[in-house]
Design a protein around this ligand. Structure first.
Ligand code: SF4
Length: 726
């Protein structure tokens, strides 16, 4: 800690100890050693003394040991020229402050000194039970103690509103030249009290102990720690009670002493004054201990970041209902106001990790024409870019969080979302548009839900939504290499090298019996989740949709069937799927939900298979376009001969290996072929199939089975010579 900070904290603590000593001597003279001392409404005597020293103080005489201990703890003020590590001294001064303030305030109660009107003074155990449980189980993300008045009434109101918005309880303390934030808020007509989460505690600095010993009772009550278990109690407040202090203006010595006390309990302090030295080393507090933030708009976001408060947005402020009940809802063409992506326009979504200071939490930027500009029944381009920060956020988590956008958007009534990455297809219903749903509400949903479900790793979320065609196109170009890089991470891993696969049941809202089994060599059929994503998702949320699946005993190596996987799929498909083969199109293939990037289908007359991607609008050699095929493949049923797949599965060593693999592929849309060309060429070279990719037919060669057979014969396609599929 800086010498300046420590010296000020020790000076402040010394004053508090002297004040406690003087008050105790006076009380002893007036009432004697047996004078009764207590706080109202607590079973914990003097709670801080009880927790830190293990003393059950009931009588004045018992306070002598407390004050003597404060004296022992008080360090020397560091000399100007002596530069030593001061952290321990600062922390001792903080503990001395806690004990001295509690003594002083307990004596005030004994003397019957009035609590200032409109302030709580000591906070009872009843309130601890009512609110404290919310504090430790996360419903109330944390509490703030504000010291002093803000530089203006406007800043005072802005600060408490920002805290209220995040359901953070605010305590008002201290004054400067007689003025406190309580006065400012009353002048501005802000309602104060427990109901509004803005609680004036006391006008002086000593009242800070009421907040701190309230927090300490959390460790005794909810943490179950015993009197005198000071290390466990302090660790509990640091780990479980997300509190922090905010100071306005230059910090006087007595505030520094209270700040050191707060830091002892793991609560950092954020100052708006440019002269405040920062204390950035971590350890006593989870992150930095004393941080300067002069921009008043950024004070509360900084507090949240520095304390690691996990914000919950209780209500999603959009003009239509929001519930998982709407997740599987479809918007039919005749009910549609506008659509995005699919084969109708360009659309993309991406989630990227940002630097901590790069974004402001809750910032939603909208560019381009809103839904009002859309021609009814028409299509618009759309790009949704989410940026998140968090000290525990890793780039490995981007794909997992991004995939949740599918579910989050779907849960809004009248907004349909399918697909992923630059393959999304969304529809907005006429009724939802009429209710006032606009582009910014997509951001509102994503901000709230990411905080709600991924609060453990996400601290800030900002969303940009644009319908500007050039911007949408530019984003697609920029993010494709990002998607590729995510996919490449599993390159080189084999199914044989692991004994655990991962499941994904995220799409059970659409297809209640569908289970994706994700292996290193077979990604989820939406193309958005690979084995590493499954592993990372499980790390983030061990009870979520991605569970480890132990392979167990191998039943049939050729088709990729294992006892452990069968058992898992049976349970998670509600008994609908008895057996599962990872590498076969014909024998117990994986079920398909509705999110597949492509559909693989048998072409019996060619003794092979064709693949068609969602974006391809035309006919295929089996006489059905993608949309017709999707209707019969999806829904979570096993359909031998038909399979929803992620496009990268085509280039996998395990691509329908039970049926002979890649040489079976006889037809695919040209665009998909070009997109996959490098990977397919690499894979076909590994199988000694030189020139194979150009022997696969596409729509420029064949759209009927007759044309296809003619082409296959002409190029001597290997499928014609393979074992019969039936
Ligand atoms: S398609 Fe499969 S991997 Fe993708 S989100 Fe749905 S269940 Fe998960």
């Amino acid at each position: 800690m800086s010498r300046e900070v420590i010296a000020a904290a020790i000076r402040g603590a010394t004053d508090f100890v002297e004040e406690a000593e003087a008050a105790l001597n006076q009380a002893l003279q007036a009432k004697g050693e047996d004078g009764k001392v207590e706080f109202p409404g607590t079973a914990f005597y003097l709670p801080m003394t009880y927790a830190l020293m293990g003393l059950e103080v009931k009588k004045l005489g018992e306070l002598k040991a407390v004050v003597a201990h404060c004296r022992e703890l008080l360090p020397e003020v560091p000399a100007e020229e002596l530069w030593l590590p001061y952290l321990g001294d600062g922390l001792d001064a903080g503990i001395a402050t806690l004990l001295a303030l509690e003594t002083t305030c307990a004596l005030r109660y004994m003397n019957g000194d009035p609590i200032e009107e409109g302030c709580t003074g000591f906070i009872s155990d009843t309130i601890l039970r009512e609110l404290g449980i919310q504090l430790v189980d996360g419903r109330m993300p944390g509490f703030a103690a504000i010291l002093g008045p803000a530089p203006s009434n406007e800043i005072a109101v802005h600060t408490v509103r920002e805290l209220q918005k995040r359901s953070i309880l605010t305590f008002l303390l201290c004054n400067r030249d007689g003025k406190s934030m309580k006065d400012q808020l009353i002048q501005e007509g802000v309602e104060l009290g427990w109901d509004t989460y803005i609680v004036p505690v006391g006008r002086d600095t000593q009242s800070a102990i009421y907040v701190l010993n309230w927090a300490m009772r959390g460790a005794l009550t909810f943490g179950g720690h015993k009197k005198g278990d000071w290390q466990k109690c302090l660790k509990y407040t640091k780990d479980r009670i997300f509190a922090f202090g905010i100071t306005f203006g230059p910090i006087p010595d007595d505030w520094y002493a209270v700040g050191a006390a707060a830091i002892d309990m793991g609560f950092p302090v954020i100052s708006d004054d440019e002269s405040t030295p920062e204390v950035r080393p971590t350890g006593v507090t989870t992150y930095e201990a004393l941080v300067r933030r002069t921009d008043h708009d950024q004070i509360v976001p900084t507090c949240i970041e520095v304390r690691g408060v996990k914000v919950k947005v209780e209500e999603i402020d959009i003009p239509v209902s929001y519930s998982p009940a709407f997740e599987g809802e479809r918007v039919r063409r005749e009910d549609m106001h506008v659509q995005f992506g699919g084969k109708y326009s360009k659309a993309v979504e991406v989630l990227e990790a940002a630097e901590l200071d790069e974004i402001n939490d809750g910032e939603i930027t909208v560019r381009g024409g809103d839904f009002d500009r859309a021609e009814e029944g028409g299509a618009m381009d759309l790009a949704i870019r989410v940026q998140v920060t968090g000290r525990k956020m890793k780039s490995d988590f981007e794909g997992i969080l991004e995939r949740q956008m599918h579910r989050y958007c779907n849960e809004a009534m009248g907004f349909m979302h399918t697909g992923q990455r630059d393959q999304i297809w969304c529809r907005l219903s006429k009724a939802t548009f009429a209710a006032g749903f606009r582009l910014k509400h997509i951001g509102t949903i994503l901000h709230a839900k990411l905080h709600d479900e991924y609060g453990g790793i996400v601290d800030k979320v900002a969303v940009t939504v644009t319908t500007e065609p050039e911007e949408v196109a530019a984003l697609i170009t920029r993010v494709r290499p990002i998607y590729n890089a995510r996919d490449e991470r599993v390159a080189g891993m084999t199914d044989e090298s692991v004994d655990t696969f991962y499941s994904c049941t995220l799409c059970q809202s659409f297809a209640p019996n569908h289970v994706c089994i994700i292996t290193p060599e077979r990604l989820g059929l939406c193309g958005a989740y690979n084995w590493l994503d499954g592993q990372a998702a499980y790390e983030i949320n061990p009870t979520g949709c991605n569970q480890p699946v132990a392979k167990g005993r191998c039943v049939n190596e050729a088709v990729g069937e294992w006892e452990g996987v069968n058992q898992f799929v049976r349970e998670r498909s509600n008994g609908a799927v008895e057996r599962f083969s990872a590498y076969s199109l014909m024998e117990n293939p994986m079920t398909s939900c509705g999110c597949f990037e492509c559909i693989l289908a048998i072409v019996p007359e060619a003794n092979g298979v064709m693949i068609v991607n969602r974006e391809y609008p035309g006919d295929t050699p089996i006489g059905m376009p993608f949309s017709t095929l999707a209707g019969s493949v999806g829904g979570g049923a096993q359909t031998p001969g038909f399979l929803g797949v992620g496009r990268l599965y085509l280039a996998s060593r395990k691509f329908i290996s039970a049926e002979g693999g890649l040489p079976r592929l006889v037809w695919m849309p040209k665009e998909l072929k070009e997109y996959m060309r490098d990977r397919l060429e690499e894979r076909s070279a590994a199988m000694n199939l030189e020139g194979f990719v150009d022997r696969i037919a596409d729509e420029s060669i064949a759209t009927t089975s007759e044309e296809l057979l003619e082409h296959l014969a002409k190029v001597d396609h290997p499928a014609l010579k393979m074992d019969p599929l039936f």
